[in-house]
Design a protein around this ligand. Structure first.
Ligand code: ZN
Ligand code: ZN
Length: 61
């Protein structure tokens, strides 16, 4: 029984700015908004979030 992949799908998050899948353990930056923690692939994405958190923090609102 061999599995070629070893990713843990339960330990991933989505960068709300660029939509990229981010591993919370290695995320470049994190932000907390309305009690929700967001993970970012880069500081640039985190800065974009800082500039307008509601735009990204509430994508369906
Ligand atoms: Zn990003
Ligand atoms: Zn909010």
């Amino acid at each position: 029984m061999h599995h070629d992949h070893d990713h843990d799908s339960a330990a991933t998050a989505v960068d709300p700015v660029c939509g990229m899948t981010v591993d919370p353990a290695t995320a470049a930056a994190t932000r907390e908004h309305d009690g929700v923690t967001f993970f970012f692939c880069s500081l640039g994405c985190a800065k974009a979030f800082d500039a307008d958190p509601h735009r990204y923090g509430h994508p369906t609102a």
